[in-house]
Design a protein around this ligand. Structure first.
Ligand code: PMM
Length: 258
């Protein structure tokens, strides 16, 4: 599969990057349509913020947030992924037309939902829970441990019958700036592992730290720089908020004439 951009629609009041902007279904649907029209090959819909320090959301509340959005976008023929840690949310979303389960917890339960529905599956690495994951993340060998975890999770997802599988190093999920940079530097090795790779670094905190404190709304250039690097390394899907600019990065990386 050629590389593509996954556009983000957070139907949440509190996501770090766009929290509160699309918390009504109508606004979220309009934004998802715009992302697809701007070149996103997948629109990722989430109803629970996983930013550092975020409180968990009940599955019923998450469902109420995401289902109308998933249904409307899928009915338009847009490829929708559901970003959730709850199996019942994943199940309802695939029944409503989502065709990818994006699981930041890489849990067996969610793999099973994706496999049963004939949906694709993203297995992401995280250390710890969003509430506490950035408190003091530690690894002996971050690249070895994350790649090892993803090799097992990717193989397991295929074994339980997931049709399409991606692995994701989980930038910012229980990782320091140095951990994130080591994982980004090691993307070529992860790609060589043979399971398609997805990366999401868009607007994340480490980009603020690396750019002298740029606030979340000023991280476009840094986000596109990481996306360009990721595509250059052979990453198949880049998760991004700024779809127009990230699609440009993809085209340039693929040396396609715009
Ligand atoms: N990051 C966030 C949420 N979901 N899913 C995947 N697969 N990879 C990520 O890096 C990822 C994710 C957090 O970012 P957001 O608050 O902008 O959605």
């Amino acid at each position: 599969m050629a590389s593509l951009v996954m556009g983000v629609v957070n139907v949440t009041p509190d996501s770090f990057s766009d929290g509160g902007r699309f918390s009504s279904p109508g606004g979220a649907v309009a934004h998802g349509r715009w992302l697809a029209a701007s070149g996103a090959g997948i629109v990722d819909v989430g109803g629970e913020s996983t930013r550092p320090g975020a409180e968990p959301v009940e599955a019923a509340e998450e469902l109420a947030r995401v289902l109308p959005v998933v249904s409307a976008l899928a009915a338009d023929g847009i490829r929708v992924s559901i970003d959730t840690r709850h199996a019942e949310v994943a199940e309802a979303a695939v029944a409503a037309g989502a065709t990818i389960v994006n699981d930041v917890s890489a849990a067996e339960e969610l793999m099973a939902v994706a496999a049963a529905a004939g949906a694709g599956y993203v297995a992401m690495h995280a250390q710890g829970d969003p509430r506490t994951m950035q408190a003091d993340p530690r690894y002996d060998d971050v690249v070895g441990e994350v790649h090892g975890f993803l090799a097992v999770a990717g193989a397991r997802a295929r074994q339980v019958g997931c049709r399409e599988v991606w692995v994701d190093p989980g930038i910012g999920f229980g990782k320091t700036v140095e951990h994130n940079l080591a994982l980004l530097a090691a993307l070529p090795e992860l790609v060589e592992g043979g399971v398609p790779v997805l990366v999401g670094a868009s607007r994340k905190g480490f980009l603020g730290r690396l750019t002298g404190g740029a606030p979340v709304e000023d991280r476009l250039e840094a986000s596109v720089a990481v996306a360009t690097w990721a595509f250059h390394c052979g990453v198949e899907v880049v998760r991004a908020h700024d779809v127009v600019e990230t699609v440009q990065a993809l085209r340039l990386t693929a040396l396609e004439a715009a």
